[in-house]
Write a protein that binds this ligand. Structure first.
Ligand code: 13P
Ligand code: SF4
Length: 348
């Protein structure tokens, strides 16, 4: 640790002591170890959304990316304040569904026959969540996309699924939705011939996580050749031609649970963000935990938060400075909350 990191650690310890139960620090599993070390709770998007909805703490500091801190802000009670150490940490996937593009797609698709509902992965802007809430839809995470899509098809004839094409497609495969019932909407080149969309039950937004699409079928073939008997486990943001070759496909919490419960001596190749894979390796010394790709992919936005950023935002909180506060306009927050609450109800 260098001098500024040592100073940051001393500041974090002092603020945690001073604020006690008034402060809670959340960290996503993709955060650096130096940040995770200070978290009161570490989790995936779903776990952290649930905790954000339940905590009584006055100050919630969210170490992750912007859409996660916005979600916590939407779920916060009056008098609670959400802060992020790095307001510039966005998500390349969320950025691929801008509200104007979503509104344009809806305007083109909604007049088609049959009622339609929008569903958005939580990895989306708060305005997109608000749009979904206003149109009777729900958010989902990688842990509950099955349940949320099942709910949607029980109530509506057609679903617009935002913004991750691969999570949508991998979930559709689990629900045995045939390819003929699926169409892909490319927001950069909005289609003018809508015949395909008229026939589709599931319309997938053409968006992808630049970290997870780096895993390729050739990576699966390579680990299987180099490590006979290896179990391949991937996140559902991975391409469908990778997911189909894997032994397991599931959310961050599914990956953690599966490997921690696996027998000693088993060998795993993991297709997800490397901060998590490295931690799994350290926490499961009796197993061999490999990265599915070499060199492994990191999320640049998740990597932005350093222990010094955490110290800075905590110091700002105690001095009454609003730097790093996450504020969502009230109308957008109420509509986004409707979409989040619907998800939490469906998956309760
Ligand atoms: P989880 O929903 O599994 O936490 O994943 C969030 C994410 O950003 C994956 O890239
Ligand atoms: Fe977004 Fe992908 Fe990073 Fe997750 S890993 S925060 S989806 S860019």
């Amino acid at each position: 640790m260098n001098e500024s990191e040592m100073q940051a650690v001393a500041q974090i310890e002092a603020v945690k002591k001073q604020l006690g139960d008034d402060l809670v620090i959340f960290a996503h599993h993709y955060q650096r170890d130096e940040v995770v070390a200070w978290a009161d709770a570490r989790g995936d998007s779903l776990e952290l959304s649930r905790r954000a909805a339940a905590t009584q703490a006055r100050y919630i500091v969210f170490c992750g990316v912007r859409f996660m801190a916005e979600t916590a802000a939407v779920l916060a009670r009056p008098g609670q304040h959400v802060f992020t150490p790095r307001p510039d940490a966005g998500c390349i996937l969320a950025d691929q569904a801008r509200i104007a593009q979503v509104e344009a797609a809806w305007a083109a698709l909604a007049p088609l026959t049959g009622n339609m509902v929008p569903i958005t992965y939580v990895n989306s802007d708060v305005q997109v969540k608000g749009f979904v809430g206003r149109h009777g839809g729900a958010t989902c995470t990688s842990a509950n996309a099955n349940a949320v899509l099942t709910w949607a098809f029980n109530h509506y004839q057609r679903v617009l699924f935002l913004p991750d094409q691969h999570l949508g497609y991998n979930t559709a495969r689990r629900l045995e939705i045939p390819d003929d019932d699926i169409a892909v909407w490319d927001p950069r080149f909005p289609p003018t011939d809508l015949a395909r969309f008229q026939r589709a039950r599931l319309i997938l937004w053409r968006g992808a996580c630049n970290v997870h699409v780096r895993f390729l079928p050739a990576d699966v073939q390579r680990v299987r050749t180099e490590h006979p008997g290896v179990m391949v486990i991937v996140h559902p943001e991975c391409r469908e031609d990778v997911a189909v070759l894997a032994d397991g496909v599931g959310s961050t919490s599914y990956i953690i649970r599966t490997i921690s419960e696996a027998p000693s001596g088993s060998v795993w190749a993991v297709g997800t963000e490397e901060h998590l894979v490295a931690r799994l390796r350290a926490e499961n010394p009796d197993k061999q935990v490999l990265s599915l790709k070499e060199p492994p992919p990191y999320c640049v936005n998740m990597s932005l938060t350093r222990v010094t950023d955490l110290a800075r935002v905590l110091t700002a909180i105690v001095s009454g400075d609003k730097a790093g506060i996450v504020e969502v306009p009230a109308e957008t927050a109420a509509a986004a909350r409707a979409a989040l609450d619907r998800m939490l109800e469906i998956t309760a």
